[in-house]
Design a protein around this ligand. Structure first.
Ligand SMILES: O=C(O)CCC(=O)C(=O)O
Length: 168
């Protein structure tokens, strides 16, 4: 097998920043479009990976990511059932500044509450093979009132696709 090189991958990125008052999110997978729609559960080598860059210590108190290990190899329904019935034990991931969190986007995961007063950023770069496209990612809408407080020159530029995702 030829080794992978960085040229084989396309990237984009984002940053999740739970703040005080944030709640548990739903367990979900990212980038949900299977390569072959007729065989969505076909086991294949990973054609995408998410790499999280840790900027502040992430502890049990400030909203660590919670992951259900092994669920990237299961059908989505079976994975959700296994998590709901606690057949699979989920893990919250404590991390230090400078750590990288490499995960398969199909492993079920969710954000957890941040009980501290400091926002908790986790920058994520998504690597996908150049031939793979997917726009199935669920992105929360930006409330119009929040959008209107942002300055066009500085803030809005930093939120790709925000216009398409603006709440009515
Ligand atoms: O960092 C978080 O709190 C949530 C991240 C997440 O759910 C995602 O990247 O899809």
């Amino acid at each position: 097998m030829k080794p992978w090189t960085i040229e084989s991958w396309r990237t984009n990125g984002g940053c999740d920043i739970p703040i005080r008052g944030s709640d548990y999110r739903q367990f979900h997978a990212d980038d949900q479009r299977p390569l072959f729609a007729e065989a969505p559960d076909l086991p294949l080598p990973a054609y995408m990976l998410n790499v999280g860059f840790v900027l502040v210590p992430i502890t049990s108190g400030n909203g660590p990511l919670e992951i259900a290990p092994g669920t990237h190899r299961m059908s989505r329904d079976a994975a959700l059932r296994a998590v709901e019935s606690a057949k699979i034990e989920t893990q919250t991931i404590a991390l230090e500044i400078g750590d990288l969190l490499v995960r398969h986007p199909w492993a079920l995961h969710r954000g957890t509450p941040n009980a501290t007063h400091l926002p908790r950023p986790l920058v994520t770069i998504r690597y996908v093979r150049r031939w793979y496209t997917d726009n199935s990612r669920e992105v929360s809408l930006i409330p119009r009132a929040v959008w209107q407080t942002l300055t066009p020159e500085r803030d809005r530029r930093r939120i790709p696709f925000a216009r398409a995702r603006l709440a009515k």
